[in-house]
Ligand binder design. Structure first.
Ligand SMILES: [Ca+2]
Ligand SMILES: [Ca+2]
Length: 413
């Protein structure tokens, strides 16, 4: 009898323990995925575009040192690799930081009339460029942590001693975005006063700390694992006037813009003549981690996203879920003709299984809204995309925000 009481009591405790555990830790919904990348056309048209100053998809097997003023490989840890390419085959630049590492490598491209010529790596060397756009894709790895300080800059070299008349920095913004930070190396008599590279004693900072941060939080861990399109635009001022431009675009959207900058007073010995891609983390990376670059373009006109085919393959980020061992049961992709999502033009419906990619076609989903009855997307259009995913218990994640991740090109002839 005593045994039965004990047993019953223990069974009851066991049931309470089991029930309590179930109530305390219900299965969690998956994390919201992101668009990792969208297939792009093999030929982006840069070779035949007269506005192109420079382009590099990093697919060439030729040494990078042969086409850049400087290439710092970080001891072989800032290098072209094949496994993380943007939207298709080819190579991307991969950079790896160790814990505490500050400078993880970079590329310096010179163009236009330039006092910094050695090795004949400059392009369009007879021209002065007073206005340029520069664009590249960047992808922080899944689970990315923290913010490296430097991403890119455009500058005007004024002498072979590395003195600079102006610098347009794209740096880490607040709290986890990017920001613009303009600086001038010319005095009011239009004389260059810097005497070396990054001459902080003589540069004038024109933006103020924290000025010009983006809304897009590209370094937020939840936003990482996808290719982001980052574009800068600088136009030097009219001589003597404060009408210079510095703009920052992310995924084809203007995030920060100014048109009141006196970049160089009336100095005109050279135009803008270099762009750097950088991996400098002032305080050092908190963990060992990687990021990637691809499709770098410098142009005289707006560049925007890389162009995709009209039936592109879209890839989402990998499945992530707070429940250890949980797996993806399905996912869903929607495409809208604008960021408001009020003209849904294609819906994959529920895509069962663990796949990460789907081709946009009439066979794999449904064209609708303004594209009802068609079998492909419109030419030359910037589309917004969103995704969600489902775990094995049937719970859906929230949708990602609509993001302009897809720019169609023109139909291949
Ligand atoms: Ca789950
Ligand atoms: Ca590439």
């Amino acid at each position: 009898m005593r045994f039965r009481v004990d047993f019953g009591c223990r069974l009851g405790i066991f049931l309470i323990w089991t029930f309590g555990l179930t109530v305390a830790a219900p299965a969690a919904e998956p994390q919201s995925p992101r668009i990792a990348n969208v297939e792009i056309l093999a030929d982006q048209g840069w070779a035949t575009n007269p506005d192109t100053i420079w382009y590099d998809d990093f697919d060439s097997s030729e040494p990078l040192a042969g086409r850049y003023l400087e290439y710092h490989s970080n001891g072989g840890e800032f290098v072209p690799i094949t496994s993380e390419s943007l939207g298709g085959s080819g190579q991307s630049m991969q950079v790896r930081w160790q814990v505490g590492e500050v400078d993880a490598g970079g590329l310096k491209k010179t163009f236009g009339r330039n006092p910094m010529e050695w090795g004949n790596t400059g392009v369009r060397s007879a021209e002065n460029f007073r206005e340029i756009y520069w664009r590249h894709y960047v992808k922080m790895q899944e689970g990315w942590t923290g913010q490296p300080s430097k991403l890119s800059r455009a500058t005007s070299f004024s002498s072979s001693n590395w003195s600079q008349a102006m610098i347009a920095h794209i740096w880490n913004g607040s709290p986890t975005g990017l920001k613009t930070d303009p600086a001038r190396g010319v005095n009011s008599d239009s004389q260059v006063v810097t005497t070396q590279y990054n001459d902080f004693d003589n540069l004038q900072w024109l933006g103020g700390k924290g000025a010009g941060s983006s809304t897009a939080q590209v370094f937020d861990t939840a936003e990482c694992g996808r290719w982001a399109c980052v574009e800068g635009h600088v136009k030097l001022n009219t001589f003597g006037q404060s009408d210079g431009v510095f703009e920052l675009f992310i995924d084809g959207r203007l995030e920060v813009g100014r048109n009141d900058i006196n970049w160089v007073y009336s100095w005109d010995d050279y135009g803008i003549n270099a762009v750097f891609l950088e991996n400098h983390w002032n305080s050092g990376s908190p963990v060992e981690q990687e990021r990637y670059f691809d499709d770098f373009v410098i142009s005289m006109s707006y560049i925007g996203l890389a162009a995709s085919p009209l039936n592109p393959i879209v890839t989402k980020t990998v499945f992530r879920d707070p429940d250890s061992g949980d797996v993806q049961a399905a996912w869903q992709l929607q495409i809208a003709s604008n960021l408001r999502g009020d003209d849904l033009v294609w819906d994959s419906g529920v895509v069962a299984g663990a796949s990460l990619r789907v081709g946009v076609s009439a066979d794999t989903g449904k064209f609708q809204g303004s594209l009802t009855g068609t079998d492909k997307l419109l030419e030359n259009h910037l589309y917004a995309l969103r995704v969600r995913q489902q775990d094995k218990s049937g719970q859906w994640s929230s949708w990602s925000d609509w993001n302009t991740s897809l720019q169609t090109g023109f139909a291949e002839k």
